[in-house]
Design a protein around this ligand. Structure first.
Ligand SMILES: *Cc1c(COP(=O)(O)O)cnc(C)c1O
Length: 389
């Protein structure tokens, strides 16, 4: 399916809504029935029947679901109220007491908290592995391993997993594979095509694209999506509100353009920062010096706007000075919006914890937004001298 068709046309049946060019926002909690048999069918199957109740399905959300599924090349999709609920929905419905999970180490915070704090209460144990070597997944498998959780690349240091190799390891053993594909987006990485079972996204990032909505997505086979829908998704009420779905639909119109722009700018900023004496190292999967550059080029077609620098800083004060001297990078979490961002890892440490020998403590994550590259480069040039202590 052509990307232009997915982003501009798919699932948009204008005859249903006065030929309106923009999709309708159906802000309704419940839907009325005109005959008994439709009502009976909706009760029997909320995923396939007529619209019944917006906690389950909603026409605006369904337009988004079809586009999300097509973007990932999946049979079906669910749109959720956050990326964190997408992590929950993509994993918990496939786990039971006594199961074992193998997860890539240092996954997104709320994935880690799910595996570390919540699932052990229900007798599900997780082993974390260095995912840069597929052998580590093989070595961690147990007879009760039910799920492998991936995040490739992650969103601070960008370690990759060889998705095809992990899928080939899991499939014959009946182990379900799940990936957080937020970093690359389906435009730059298609995990289902490499054999991964379930993909999830934080839609607050590239899909929304304007820093004004929280949402999530899960894609997979029709059977897996039905299983999720009929279990935790409906029970916990994880669906996205219609207005948020509408905002994501609007964001998708420009997804391709925004990703192109962010990627081009990120590469320019990375090239510049690599020449700066104040910077020890830059990490970006599409930089030829990135340790897994070959794998990145093999399984991704782009790398987006997120990259990390390791500063040559000896104390957190100079990191603070540098970060807040930037005039056109907002100091904020998240990424994928219009605005460029900067986030110093040192801010997550207590004042006495900073250790300059720990590379992670000197990491500052950048996100290249939609501003002009030279506008941002000039800003970096004026702020970098403040790193000298
Ligand atoms: C932001 C993010 C999430 C969580 O999404 P929320 O919508 O904030 O819950 C999950 N994974 C990654 C990689 C993210 O960056």
């Amino acid at each position: 399916m052509h990307l232009s068709h997915i982003l501009n046309e798919l699932a948009e049946d204008r005859a249903q809504y006065f030929q309106s060019v923009a999709p309708p926002l159906i802000q309704a909690s419940n839907f009325a029935f005109t005959n008994f048999s439709d009502l009976r069918e909706a009760f029997a199957d909320e995923l396939a029947g007529e619209y019944l109740y917006s906690k389950s399905r909603n026409p605006t959300v369904d337009i988004l679901r079809q586009k999300l599924a097509a973007l990932e090349g999946a049979e079906d999709a669910l749109a959720l109220n956050s990326g964190s609920s997408a992590i929950y929905a993509a994993t918990v419905p496939f786990l039971k007491t006594g199961d074992h999970v193998v997860a890539v180490r240092n996954p997104y915070t709320w994935a880690w908290k799910l595996f570390d704090r919540i699932l052990p209460r229900f007798g599900v144990e997780t082993t974390y592995v260095d995912g840069t070597d597929t052998e580590n997944f093989r070595a961690a498998l147990r007879p009760n391993t039910a799920l492998i959780y991936l995040e490739s690349p992650n969103t601070l240091t960008y370690e990759l997993q060889d998705l095809r190799a992990v899928a080939e390891l899991a499939k014959p053993r009946g182990i379900r594979t799940v990936i957080d594909n937020s970093y690359a987006s389906p435009l730059y990485q298609r995990p289902h095509a490499l054999g991964i079972d379930v993909c999830l996204h934080s839609a607050a990032k590239y899909f929304g694209g304007h820093s004004d909505v929280i949402a999530g997505a899960v894609t997979g086979s029709a059977a897996d999506i039905r299983h999720i829908f009929q279990h935790e998704f409906s029970n916990a009420g994880l669906t996205v509100p219609p207005f948020h779905a509408w905002l994501i639909l609007r964001g998708l119109r420009t997804l391709e353009l925004r990703l192109q722009r962010s990627s081009e700018t990120a590469l320019k900023l990375v090239s510049f920062l690599k020449t700066c004496p104040e910077i020890e190292r830059v990490r970006y999967p599409f930089d030829p010096d990135f340790p897994q550059y070959d794998l990145a080029r093999r399984q991704m077609t782009g790398a987006g706007g997120l990259f990390t620098v390791v500063l040559r800083a000896t104390d957190p004060a100079c990191i603070e000075r540098f970060t807040f001297a930037l005039k056109h990078f907002l100091v904020a979490v998240s990424w994928g919006g219009h605005e460029s961002l900067v986030l110093p890892m040192a801010a997550g440490l207590g004042p006495d914890v900073f250790d300059p020998t720990v590379e992670r403590h000197r990491m500052v994550r950048f996100y290249a937004g939609l501003e002009d590259a030279d506008f941002l480069l000039d800003d970096l040039r004026q702020a970098l001298p403040l790193l000298a202590s």
